[in-house]
Design a binder for this molecule. Sequence first.
Ligand code: DOR
Ligand code: ZN
Length: 366
Amino acid sequence: MEINLRRIDDLHVHLRQGEMLRAVAPYTSRVCGRCLVMPNTTPPIATADDVIAYRREVADALGPGCEPLMTIKILPTTTPDVILAARRAGAVAGKVYPAGMTTNSEDGIPGEVLAVEPPFGYASYLPEPRRWKSPSRAFLDCLSAMQDCGMVLCLHGEMPGFPVLNRELGFMGTVAKILGDFPRLKVVWEHVTTGFVAERVRLWSDQTRGRIAATITPHHLLITMDDVIGDKLMPHLFCKPFAKTIEDRRKLVEFATSGHPSVFMGSDSAPHERHRKECDCGCAGIFSAPVLIEALAEVFEAEGKLARLQAFTSERGADFYGLPRNTGTITLVRREWTVPESVGGVVPLWAGKTAAWRVEEAEVNS
Ligand code: DOR
Ligand code: ZN
């Protein structure tokens, strides 16, 4: 059995820098026509000059078959001029990391700036008006500049101060407020992990003519919190946002396989060296690039939805970002193989496991 797909777009990937970048990038370029490269490097990608330099480094590591799409990190100090210059330098999206919510986000936007009144997520059921609790003018001006220059807003949608399992819920009012206050801004709620938020994004997308979309990772389609902490502690399955319940996973699978225009793949593949995961204070992040399309094929196959895989991996995201769909192809064959235990010093998703699908051929975009 064989599946032919358009080359895929990974619209959320961490490629890092230097040696790590060179070790992991080939796993992305083997199947992706494009990838949206996250800016939470050290130091962050925060200016037009950073975008230009980082794109050069990333493009070298990816090679000719995969085009990097660049992002900037919106910091409390970011100004509209910085946004406009980054856009001119080719950045397609600006990423908001609420401070402290994930790897390298300590310099992100503080929770007080992002929170809306009333603060709890269920409040987004309530009618307007919702008010910003203590917005910073600088932050709102940045959103306005992004709207004006056509830069997509990518959100790590977790609210600081909320309990870890409710952080996504705590962010809902903020997203509702942003959609209402910036009526031409396009928004991606990244790596959605709860059924509740998946349903909201779908609804908001229908209500806003597709101005909001969600990305879903392969790991959130595969694991729940029980896989991470239910038995022994599994550091290589620890990520942010933390995996949730079996009911949440079910809703995410339904959403991902629905073919709805508001959902597409962003792997959040996030390599950390083994010793940074297997230690005191281990880092969040799952390195899924080596099994990305193979794992997704298993999820879609189990649902009897293989025919929808291409929409999720190669069409809806391109359409949302206003990009032509990839013309290159990949061929997956149902042939078992064993996922390596370690790749460049990083333990990948499914390490040591047998995967059912294998990429046999790939052709780059013409
Ligand atoms: O688990 C995660 N790791 N989630 C993120 O949002 C960031 C990522 C990383 O950079 O390691
Ligand atoms: Zn990420």
